[in-house]
Design a protein around this ligand. Structure first.
Ligand SMILES: NC(=O)c1ccc[n+]([C@@H]2O[C@H](COP(=O)([O-])OP(=O)(O)OC[C@H]3O[C@@H](n4cnc5c(N)ncnc54)[C@H](O)[C@@H]3O)[C@@H](O)[C@H]2O)c1
Length: 245
């Protein structure tokens, strides 16, 4: 799959799934791939390996920070073709133990952050009459999961926004495609804190019999960003090994 000439921004791109997407986009020939994140521990080696990769400080919950980052990219590169809304957090707990802070933090990053970032890139994509927005949902947003009310609400919200934006952004013939990916359980720093017995249970419910790797999601994100997906919009692609839970 080919991303030659494309300028891409991946939020939460410094580690985990986001970092794998950054690497995959660079390997697919993208002209510039920006990893937007709060911190960049160990990211030097990615920049060394892929000259197209650049870091940019970005807090998706903050309008000024998001708009400043997008504006800098558009000024430096002359446009922005692909946004991946990947930044996400968890603050799990059963409803009766979930604090307002846990609720608000997850809503702010996973739901409002997707809105803030997409709103920031939209004028550039409308000017170009083209663009791709990919947002990270989750199987939890489709099926629910004990202890993840806040997270599930955001990931379901990502699906609703995706379907809305696929209609809204394509008005007047603009070729702006909007899709979501719903990963199953993927081996990243985020799932390092999930108890092993929960992960084992999920694997036992996964027909393909393993956890996913970040590269599994990056491959799907590369397809959706590429012209090979030029007639795909408003979709949620499950990448979960067939998980039913
Ligand atoms: N790992 C999984 O099993 C899994 C499953 C389904 C969906 N997802 C989703 O995939 C995405 C990536 O998950 P991951 O496992 O790689 O997580 P991760 O915790 O390893 O990485 C998330 C990245 O997002 C960044 N981030 C957090 N808040 C941010 C903010 N306000 N602004 C900018 N960056 C911010 C973090 O610094 C980090 O680099 C998330 O949206 C997550 O919900 C993950």
């Amino acid at each position: 799959m080919n991303l030659e000439g494309k300028v891409c921004l991946v939020t939460g791109g410094a580690r985990g799934i986001g970092r794998a997407i950054v690497e995959a986009y660079a390997a697919a020939g993208a002209r510039a791939v920006y990893a937007g994140d709060l911190a960049f521990d160990g990211f030097d080696e990615v920049e060394r390996q892929y000259p197209a990769v650049k870091r940019i400080d970005l807090n998706v919950t903050n309008r000024e920070s998001s708009e400043a980052a997008v504006s800098r990219i558009v000024t430096d590169e002359g446009g922005l073709d692909v946004l991946v809304n990947n930044a996400g957090i968890t603050r799990d707990g059963l409803v009766q133990k979930m604090s307002d802070d846990d609720w608000d933090a997850v809503i702010n990053v996973n739901l409002k952050g997707v809105f803030v970032m997409t709103r920031a890139v939209l004028p550039t994509m409308l000017d170009a009459n083209a663009g791709v927005v990919i947002s990270m949902s989750s199987v939890v947003g489709l099926d629910g999961n004990i202890g993840q009310s806040n997270y599930a609400a955001t990931k379901g919200g990502v699906v609703s926004m995706t379907r809305t934006w696929a209609k809204e952004f394509a008005r007047k013939g603009a070729q702006i495609r909007v899709n979501a990916i719903a990963p199953g359980f993927i081996r990243t720093p985020m799932t390092e804190t999930v108890p092993q017995k929960v992960l084992d249970l999920m694997v036992s419910k996964t027909p393909l019999g393993r956890m996913g790797e970040a590269a599994d999601i990056a491959n799907a994100a590369t397809f959706l960003a590429s012209d090979a997906a030029s007639f795909v919009t408003g979709q949620v692609l499950r990448v979960d090994g067939g998980l039913v839970f």
